[in-house]
Design a protein around this ligand. Sequence first.
Ligand code: PHE
Length: 377
Amino acid sequence: MLRRLATLALVSGVALSATAAQNIKIGVFLPMSGDQSSFGDETMSGVKMAVEEINAGKDFKIELFTQDEKSNPTDSANAVKKLINVDKVDVVVGTVASSNTNAAAPIAQAAKVPLMSPTSTNVKVTDVGEYVSRICFIDDFQGSAMAKFALKPKAEGGLGAKTAVLVIDSSSEYSKGLSAAFREVFTKNGGKIDNDGEIFYVQKDRDFSSLLTKIKRKKPDVVFAPGYYTEIGNMIRQAHTFGITAKFLGGDGWSAPQLFTLAGEKAIVGHYFSDHFSHEDTDPAVQDFVKRYRAKYGKDAPGMAALGYDSIRVVIDAAKRAGKVERTALMKAINSTKGFKGVTGVITLDAKRNANKPLVILETQKDRATFKTRVNP
Ligand code: PHE
């Protein structure tokens, strides 16, 4: 066989590879409909870009299976069951909202199929076992970075805040965990949050007047509101009509163009949130990605697209190191990812299968977020 290949190569005058590309089935579940569909669209745009690039090469042929998790935990669990039992994928990538990943992760763990989340930051996501990993930082880091940024004196580039109110989405593990992380660091470093300084809402709420009445009365320096863009966009618009002047702060859940359209340009300017990536990053590898993304999609790459892109590339890097496409070998190789140069930073998975990476703090302008500062772990 080898001899024949060699002969063929000689005859045709082109270098023929003795080994064919390896097939790998990747199942991706994301919110393609529902209140988080912006997250699904953006992550998928990065996933597709990576798949096309890899399939254009000679090492791997990715067969992509996709499922809509419809922005809820039940459909997330069903999506992963289908990918594993019907499509028989080798590895699962997804999803965005931590509560949804938490609902699906035990299924992958029980079936011994590696599941990697590009974007779920809740601390508990990877607790379910060794088959579950992620390539993003966790909420302890995000909450701590935003608390320190709020407390830092204005002269040093922070907000000089002394008091805060927490606005928490009680239907989201992400929101609860992230506000707890913020609270701990803010109060430990001299900030004050009153006993009644935690105010709750749930997803799908659209009228925030009672919550905003409380905030108006309490007059905090900052409002930490780690929710998702649909509720937060509406909340910030209403806060403006209430005459609330406190800065709103949030986490990566704000990261969507709809934040700006829902809040409107009068209300949205001058707030801050943490994110995984900024297209303004001057790193040449980031700029190369931003340029190619722009050529393909006609817009600046959002953070989630960058994470979707990196997640597929990390899986393929692991498959290369594993030397075979087999679930347990893939899991082990994914978990030993070290120093992978992604567009969202250098990715090394720690003992808990989390990535320690820098974050960026972005400032909201009328219709987009701009780079404010970078925070290293
Ligand atoms: N980190 C969020 C969560 O765990 C999801 C998210 C990631 C949202 C990135 C926006 C951008 O629920």
